[in-house]
Design a protein around this ligand. Sequence first.
Ligand SMILES: [Zn+2]
Length: 538
Amino acid sequence: MVHADSALMSFPSAFIDELLARTNIVALINRYIPTPLKKSGRSYMACCPFHEEKTPSFSVTPDKGLYYCFSCHAAGNAIKFLMQHQRMTFPEAVEELAHQAGMEVPRQNTRVSTETQKRFEKMYTVMNKVSEFYKVQLKQDAQANGYLKQRGISQETAADFAVGYAPAAPYLKKCLGSDYDERVLNTIGLIAQGRNGFYEKFRGRLMFPIRDRRGNVIAFGGRLLPNQEGSSDKSPKYMNSPETPLFKKRNTLYGVHELKKVRALSCLLFVEGYMDAVSLAQHGVRNVVATLGTATSQTHIRIALRFSSNLIFCFDGDNAGKRAAVEAAKQALSVFTDGCSINFMFLPSGEDPDSYIKKHGYQVFDEQMKKAVPLADFLFEHHSEGLDLNNPAHATRYVQTLKPLIMQLPKGVFQELMFNRLAERINIDVDKLKTNYESPKPRVSRERNDKSRKEILYSTITVALRLLLEKPSLANQAPNADKIRTLQKPGAELLADVIEHILNKKLSNTAGIIEDFRESPHQESLTRLAAMSNITTT
Ligand SMILES: [Zn+2]
């Protein structure tokens, strides 16, 4: 039996629509903000929980079930609020609201259309079968085993990480038998279209399955065996599965399934590649995850924080490593909450975790981990490099860099401490610091937003969209969706989609429509449109 993963977690639209209709968004948000919302016309206003401010610009419109910040443009419905503010996952937010509304969440096996479920089950089955095949091949191949030994990876560690071997000759037909299906294999990235039809992508490689939390194989990383290097120009040393319906790099951490075996996770180490993670585990550092050839994302950090509130990012000490660390730090600021600890360790230039732990062993590596620099220290030090803070011009630049970063933090003790520290560094009163020296950047983007917002607001299609979002029942009187699609106007496609969603799924309220567009790139603009439209209608 294959378990449904988050990709499969969906609930019937009618259930979500009803859930959001029953949720009192004002009461919900009041539970999480320090000063309650105050009634103001059709809406309620408060200071925004997503950015620092003294005059309220955060509005909540209960009859639409939406919130919107006129300053930082945070926007969404009750589900989005719990996801943004409380770092809940989508299913968690739904469960929480259902609990509060006294509604029963539809049972898991009814959540997904059977067709989608079958499609995903087939993909998981093939991935798991291929992974098992690789494991058997590894046992039988002397050269692959020799390479594993050369990398210093024991049989036990290889088994823990389900390491396998993809033979050099084509193997998928033999391995899959009746499960061989080119459409499926292409979708999950095991084959690709070449000049002469499909070819198998992973050949002559040591294979590292990338597994989700439940242990399903969702992708592979493959390291070319040295004896295969140069055999073809198109064979890079390291190759990962492409993005597929099962595998999204920005949402995946290598090693989360393997963490199950680790007891007492006092901290969690982030490294950049699966070889590093496996090598560290081999030397006794088991509390490790790896990003897969992509910059650290907020989702990565959110996932990691579910395992441990103490994260350590390990980077190369060279300039590229520093840059990657600054980026990771920026992402971390947005998901930071009081009580979590985020730290950075830098290896000597030219070393990676694999080479470093091989050279120095567990003890030294562990000491380096303990000496990791806290997020705040790292940012304050890194951005002061080359600046003389007694020089007013330099001090100003320092504030302009750091203040927006501090503003990204959620309000709380940690943010206050950061403001105090910045004020001390440049020797200025902290209240002055908070109110003055607006960094020029956000203002520019706000102007741009205002402009694009005006453009959105005044086209005919947009007016129609606004009306529909405000009063979904109007969809019954709308022209046929297919006819609208033939209009050669920006937004026509979206308008048709909205009409169809409302009619087909019998959606009755604004927040429910917004939720139905959760996977759509248009959700954000729809949310803003819906949340802002009362400015023009009242
Ligand atoms: Zn805001």
